[in-house]
Design a protein around this ligand. Structure first.
Ligand SMILES: [Fe+2]
Ligand SMILES: [Fe+2]
Length: 327
């Protein structure tokens, strides 16, 4: 629990009012804020400071509508030449049959990274559409060329974190999906690939100072960060790129089997297997990434930690499928 000014409260936050029960109009001292009018009631009663517990906060589609409004017009810095069509580079790398597999994996990875860089700097409808086409080619390559994919798995390149993270989670998740769904054609692997690569596209709507902050986030920063699944959903919806697969993955990749995830605190059967796959890859990549404030774990150490300390966050079958990738 941390203190927060009442004016900074948002719908969905789990709030604790320390004033005596008689001094405010609510039934309990602790509850989830469900509307702006409740915030106004707290203000009207002269209460200025309350405590919030982000781990118990819930974000529903409705109350997320108003969140991060001030960040909406953020234009992230452009690091890549927007004139250059990076997805074309990726397609070219994938189609190259002459290159040694290891070199090809490197080139495919670097082109994916550049494409994600361009996309996350500028998530326009056109860029999302072109990236989805290139991701479909990449998915086909992962399904078709296990040797090249094996090399892809070995590459670690952790500079621009969200870019590399998106590519890593995309590659890992497609490989797990292949493992779990085998050759079942009930799954649209291209749309799945798009969903996994784009899972964090909503981070483009969260302030870069929060995204790049080394170390612990404050409760308010954490709350804003946790809006990114819904922000991603909105971007894909507004750009007409929202397939059912993308929607599930973008919205559910932070939900955990034991109900401790966000934004909806879903549990077990409420979470779609696509969301569960995204969640495992996401955690694994975060653990194995080197950041300014933490050392990277080796894949073995990360899997060990996930098994020993987080196993109730995952569905067993999917975790087993994930571990198989590294055996
Ligand atoms: Fe995420
Ligand atoms: Fe992520």
């Amino acid at each position: 629990m941390e203190s927060i000014k009442v004016k900074d409260l948002k719908a969905g936050m789990y709030v604790k009012i320390s004033e005596a029960w008689l001094k405010h109009p609510f039934l309990r001292n602790e509850f989830i804020i469900s509307s702006d009018s409740q915030i106004r009631q707290i203000i009207d009663h002269g209460i200025e400071i309350v405590s919030i517990d982000p781990t118990k906060s819930v974000m529903s589609i409705e109350n997320l509508e108003n969140i991060s409004h001030s960040d909406k017009d953020l234009t992230p810095p452009t690091r890549w030449n927007p004139e250059k069509l990076m997805s074309a580079d990726l397609k070219e790398a994938i189609q190259d049959t002459r290159m040694a597999k290891e070199d090809k994996a490197k080139r495919v990875y670097e082109s994916s990274l550049q494409m994600m860089g361009k996309l996350l700097d500028s998530p326009t409808a056109e860029n999302i559409k072109q990236s989805k086409e290139a991701i479909a080619d990449l998915v086909d390559m992962i399904l078709r060329e296990p040797d090249t994919s094996g090399y892809l798995l070995n590459i670690t390149f952790h500079d621009f974190y969200t870019y590399t993270h998106s590519v890593n989670v995309g590659i890992l998740s497609i490989m797990v999906s292949k493992e779990i769904f085998k050759n079942s054609d009930a799954h649209d692997m291209h749309e799945l690939g798009a969903g996994f690569f784009l899972h964090d596209i909503g981070k483009t709507k969260v302030h870069p100072e929060i995204i790049n902050k080394p170390g612990r986030l404050t409760d308010d920063e954490m709350f804003k960060m946790r809006t990114h699944p819904y922000q991603g959903y909105k971007i894909l919806e507004q750009t007409n790129q929202l397939s059912e697969e993308c929607k599930i993955i973008v919205m559910q990749h932070h939900e955990r089997e034991n109900g401790t995830g966000y934004p909806r605190r879903l549990r077990k059967g409420e979470i779609h297997p696509y969301g569960k796959i995204g969640c495992i890859s996401d955690i694994f990549d975060a653990l194995t990434a080197e950041r300014s404030y933490k050392q990277a774990l080796t894949p073995y150490e990360a899997l060990k930690l996930m098994k020993e300390q987080m196993i109730n966050h995952f569905e067993e079958e999917i975790f087993k499928g994930f571990v198989l990738l590294f055996s």
